[in-house]
Design a protein around this ligand. Sequence first.
Ligand SMILES: NC(=O)c1ccc[n+]([C@@H]2O[C@H](COP(=O)([O-])OP(=O)(O)OC[C@H]3O[C@@H](n4cnc5c(N)ncnc54)[C@H](OP(=O)(O)O)[C@@H]3O)[C@@H](O)[C@H]2O)c1
Length: 228
Amino acid sequence: MRVCIIGASGKLGRYMIEHALERGHEVVGVCRPKSTDKLADVADRITIVPGRTDDPAVIAKAVAGCDGVLVVLVPFGVKGYSSGTAQAVLDHAEPDARVVFSCGWHITRDGQDRYSWRLRLTLPIVTVLARFFRFVDIDDQVEACRRIFASDRRWTVVRGSDLEEGPSEGLPVWSQHVGDPVLESNRTRRTDFALFMVEALTDDTLVGEAPAIVSRMSESALAHSGAR
Ligand SMILES: NC(=O)c1ccc[n+]([C@@H]2O[C@H](COP(=O)([O-])OP(=O)(O)OC[C@H]3O[C@@H](n4cnc5c(N)ncnc54)[C@H](OP(=O)(O)O)[C@@H]3O)[C@@H](O)[C@H]2O)c1
């Protein structure tokens, strides 16, 4: 497959590059011009398209001819970076391309997620403070996902739990709703979040799904998924 990774220079992006190359995919990576140095060690194995991920011209160039697009959806700034990135991909990806987006558990598709009291208490506070300081606009990531859910693209929105570093524990398990017992441990290795994104490219059962993921080796997964 020819795969475009949007937000390639971040932690998640780097792991996705590794997994994609291991599978023999041809990789095109988009990252902010000031971050291209972060990809120096893989520059001879991937095509790098420098540019803002919400720039439609940059995205149109990068996704041309790609069978799959992996998007690190981040809500930085207060100028619609997340929704602009999602919209550029929805507008310009090839018609049959698999488009896979990353976000956190706070995104809900159908309102059926059941959140801990801690998240219910802290999210609105963090949302307001982060926007006040013009650092992050979580509501814009919500808007980005609303547009993805409403699109007729072959999309998947992967909702990551709290993340940790460390060697792979295998492909995470998933559930449709936060609050389901299998997800209770709320931890996933970042490399496995990336693995799930890359595997989703070839898993048609995930089209139109917003899987909330957790490490298959976590207590809750071992207890409730049959992963043991
Ligand atoms: N962190 C968590 O615990 C967590 C939990 C669940 C889900 N997630 C999801 O995982 C994804 C990435 O998370 P991550 O923590 O692993 O981060 P990451 O991979 O390091 O990604 C950060 C990305 O944001 C870009 N970025 C940084 N500062 C920016 C700015 N001011 N303006 C525009 N772009 C900027 C980075 O690009 P440069 O390389 O150019 O700086 C990089 O592509 C997101 O979709 C997030 O919602 C994270």
